[in-house]
Design a protein around this ligand. Structure first.
Ligand code: OGA
Ligand code: MN
Length: 275
């Protein structure tokens, strides 16, 4: 097994391993690489739905996404699909998955099933690098703060997606979500400090209104997606990417209008987060 960094601070490409049949030592090394680098890319994988599910179980539990369509035969697998005639994609802005849950998902295993001829890359940004690069006075300002996260403005009947042509495909318009997390968490395995607010789901700091929170939130959001923190996943047939939602944000580029794209996602259960 060989690991090659994708960018200085974020991402790793792992070759010489077949996910469907990897041994326990390889599995351990893969997990560690993802916890540290945030996202790992694997090429030329054969990964049937059953193998996708079996591999996910080697991490622990599976979280069922409340909103995306699920595969009929395998409800563990969420379908992240944009049809050729749809304008809006899923995940087309910087975010991290499920931060609106009190026990947010650890990460996701995304398998490319149908790709546009060009485009449709996914950007990732590393929240350990983002935190480290904050000026000292900003680090001091956020020390001990907590923030409120929800997905209601995104997925509810009057939410962002409902006003687009993706609305017809999504479920869960009547769900209500909300969670409070520290603004700076420690990675549960590596112990590294990570910035844990995101521009999709973090609404305000605890004890402050949205208006009061926005100036500082915006400074943090801008710092999070600094070019130095990023890497770019270019999908090819057979590509699988696995990411850590605590360590990274991601952003699915929507630059392939007129073409379909379909990815299969299994969401891995996480654990409560602490400062
Ligand atoms: C997701 C997501 C990214 C992509 O599945 O959570 O944001 O590139 N998808 O499809
Ligand atoms: Mn996502």
């Amino acid at each position: 097994m060989r690991t090659t960094p994708m960018a200085p601070q974020c991402g790793v490409e792992i070759s010489g391993v077949r996910l469907a049949t990897c041994n326990d030592a390889e599995m351990q090394a893969i997990k560690q690489a993802i916890y540290e680098r945030g996202v790992a890319v694997f090429r030329d994988q054969e990964f049937t739905p059953e193998q996708h599910i079996d591999f996910a179980h080697r991490w622990g539990g599976i979280d069922i996404n409340n909103y995306f369509p699920l595969q009929d035969e395998y409800p563990e697998i969420a379908i992240v699909r944009k049809a050729a005639d749809q304008q809006t994609n899923i995940g087309g802005a910087w975010h991290t998955d499920h931060s609106y849950d009190q026990i947010p998902a650890m990460g996701s295993i995304l398998v490319a099933r149908l790709l546009p001829p060009e485009g449709g890359d996914t950007l990732f940004a590393h929240m350990g690098a983002a935190y480290d690069n904050l000026p000292d006075e900003l680090k001091a300002e956020i020390e001990g703060l907590e923030a409120f996260h929800t997905a209601d403005h995104v997925y509810k009947a009057d939410g962002l997606y409902a006003q687009t042509d993706m609305g017809r495909d999504l479920r869960g318009q009547d769900m209500k979500t909300g969670a409070v997390h520290p603004v700076v968490i420690r990675h549960p395995v590596t112990g590294r400090k990570l910035l844990y607010v995101n521009s999709a789901f973090t609404i305000h700091f605890v004890g402050q209104t949205r208006e009061e929170s926005l100036p500082l939130l915006r400074r943090l959001f801008d710092a999070a997606v600094g070019e130095d923190n990023q890497c770019r996943v270019e999908w090819r047939p057979g590509t699988v990417a696995i990411w850590d939602n605590r360590t990274t944000w991601h952003n699915a580029l929507n630059d392939y209008q007129g073409h379909a794209r379909e990815m299969h996602r299994i969401t891995l259960s996480g654990e409560a987060l602490a400062a």
